[in-house]
Write a protein that binds this ligand. Structure first.
Ligand code: BTN
Length: 259
């Protein structure tokens, strides 16, 4: 379905989507983006594919999406951040994608730290950030975005946890329009948030999550840690109170237990 020409129709961005590489099938758009980024592809370059044969999510999980129904794409960024400031990037992307999805679908989106997008507690979108660091500087960041747009059936365990915008809205969503809105939203926030090392994204992130004061469990290096979410650190970490002490997590698999 995708052709660069069709995707460009109505695209309002300057930098994001400066180059768009389209594929019918690819192993993973993130793999392709990393290869291009390593060869000095311009910031804002997009790789989009109808189908991924080895699409992946966080923590080594597969990302499965039917062709012709969803959005699976990656964008190359070169943010002026130090390597230890990169944990804020998933929050920036989640806010930008959330606002675009809300605008196009009229649905209310919930962000789950660090990079899951949910509607009514079911996941419809995920973000995979992969960066390259050289001599203590960020060389590039690849932002991989997977959105279940019009898929109506999910196989196996996903049937219990996944959803799509089509299922939630009860109507088809225009994928091309959503793609354009996501790029616009990302570009707009990138321009403003870059000036503050992305700190300005934190109040927006807080307004799109209901995790604060919720009981959660975090799987960290094979061990389960339980506690209550107290907030998010300026670097994008999750602040959890556990055993009377506050701890900040920068990675891990979070399960929300209750309030
Ligand atoms: C997650 O929820 O764990 C993140 C999912 C990210 C999936 C997207 S689809 C486009 C890009 N290419 C990949 O292989 N993964 C990301």
């Amino acid at each position: 379905m995708y052709s660069e020409q069709v995707l460009r129709e109505g695209l309002k961005t300057k930098q994001f989507g400066c180059k768009i590489y389209t594929f019918d099938t690819i192993d993973s758009t993130n793999n392709c983006a990393r290869a291009l980024a390593g060869c000095w592809a311009e910031e804002g370059t997009v790789i989009i594919s109808e189908e991924q044969t080895a699409g992946r999510g966080r923590l080594g999980r597969p990302w499965l999406a039917n062709p012709n129904e969803n959005l699976t794409f990656s964008i190359i960024l070169r943010p002026a951040l130090l390597p230890d400031q990169l944990n804020i990037i998933p929050l920036y992307v989640a806010v930008a994608v959330t606002q675009a999805v809300e605008r196009v679908s009229g649905l209310k989106v919930e962000c789950k730290w660090p990079n899951d997008l949910l509607i009514h507690g079911r996941k419809f979108g995920g973000i995979l950030i992969e960066g390259s660091v050289k001599q203590n500087a960020v060389e590039y960041v690849v932002v991989g975005i997977g959105i279940n747009v019009n898929q109506e059936r999910f196989a196996g365990d996903l049937a219990k946890t996944a959803t799509s915008l089509r299922l939630q809205k009860g109507a088809q969503i225009d994928r091309k329009r959503l793609f354009g809105e996501i790029l616009s939203s990302m570009e707009a926030h990138y321009a403003t948030a870059s000036n503050s090392h992305f700190q300005s994204i934190l109040p927006l992130w807080r307004s799109h999550t209901s995790m604060i004061d919720k009981k959660i469990s975090v799987m960290e290096h094979g061990a389960m840690v339980s506690g209550v979410v107290r907030g998010f650190s300026p670097e994008g970490g999750l602040v959890m109170e556990t055993d009377g002490k506050e701890r900040t997590f920068f990675a891990g698999d979070v399960t929300v237990v209750g309030s």
